[in-house]
Design a protein around this ligand. Sequence first.
Ligand code: HEM
Length: 494
Amino acid sequence: MLAILVAVAVVLLFGFIWNKTRSRLTHIPGPSGIPIAGNALEITSCFKLISKLHEWMEKYGEIFKINIFGDEILVVSGALIGEMLVTKGSDFAGRPKIPTWEKVFKNEVHLVLRDYDPKLRFIRKLVHKGLRQYGEGMDKIEAITVTEIGKCLDKIDKLDGADFDPFTYIHHSISQVMNTLVTGEAVPDGHPMLNKAIDWDKLDGEIGQDPAFFLPAMEKMSFLFGEGKIKDYTDVMEFFIEHWRSYEATYDKENMRGLYDVIYKAYLESETDEEGVKISYNNVKYLMFELYGAGIITTHKAIYAFVHMMVTHPGIQKRIQAQIDDVIGSQRNPTTADKRKVPLLEATIHETLRYISHVPFALPHETKRETSLGGFAIPNKTQVWPFISGNHYNPKYFKDPLSFNPDRFLEHDGSVSHASSRRMLTPFGAGPRNCVGEVFARTRLFLFTASLLQRFRLLQPNEGKLDVLDPKREDYFTKLPNICPNFKIRAIHR
Ligand code: HEM
């Protein structure tokens, strides 16, 4: 017995010394955790992770560190997010290596999780160029989006006010816009791509529940969820890639159809930028998939939550509809030019993104050189998370953060508050690694929600009344990005 106790004491002591001697951030506060595992056992689910980050932020302040099996991560909130992402953006623009994702993407990540290197900068430029070919004001995207939304609303109309779950309707519509962005055309109704996108979204959520997917040190525990999911994930990915590759046969450089053509052309013509890098064929294939994923999952979850909010906040729904009736009426489709004229809807979209904070700590960043933050010295290659939802739920920045109140983003004259007074609202990140799809996403969010509320009154279902969505409840945090549990509503033609 004594021998066991001594052995345990030695292991603990060794673990304690190991953690201490490995630490490069001893000057930064943070929860002490246990020897060897550090804080790993406190954050074994998505819910626990986010709740703990909030708790630790309150205790240690706007910069603290956590420790996962000896790997330290810095968690940053408040004004320090601006210092990190913008003022010192290039110092913090790296991404840590996440072995599990590298495995999924065949040893090279291409965009979202790629480090900040010359190729990443070139790829980001190409993607922006691809998006721009739809016109600065995204006119073509607007036309496509409106057509797809129209088809989706017609299907909802056919339900004749019966209870339904809007999940799939929204998903198909968002996927179709994304399909058009990539290849220049939507797929026919009922095409397997549409349900595959849902399968893959679910898989992404299941995989994303496992901390190994964003915490490199947790990879050692990957056996807990098995390799099967990764195989399913790569199968779905290959399915999409094969579909896009079929467009190569009809590629014509005089007639660019979508993003795939833009990136494929850069590969075929060995285009380079001033940093002299070229992209590979693997980059073409996989980055398209990364982009497709980033574009669908986040936007779908935002619109799904918006619908929930409208049903549980009928007063706000009515006020938005009154503005829509006033400036758009019922005879024409909403356009992006209407955005400013329906300020309450824009404010409600801001408030939805704040309230749901479904990308709670953006994506992991890593320092590219020795730097500093909030006066603390930060070594090169430190993993740093901008804790966006830490700000979004902080009463210091948003009064009564757990009440859903779009009016907080309106001025006294009813116009949307100026961007400078929304500095703490950063659902798309900021700086050199900001979301490349922000404008595209905002366009779709506005057009979808405006069209939906123009045509329908969204009501509680006949069975199973919805409660106000509580973004602090465990069932909201089952996945990353976070999503509200499935629900049903009724949509009555106005
Ligand atoms: C409501 C919708 C969306 C939200 C809330 C959102 C949010 C974010 C956030 C927080 C990041 C990480 C920023 C960081 O690392 O600091 C990000 C990155 C990214 N997003 Fe979005 N996003 C949305 C829609 C989209 C769309 C529609 C696209 C594509 C068309 C897209 C493409 C990307 C890409 C490619 C990145 C990685 C950029 C990089 O690593 O350099 N996103 N997004």
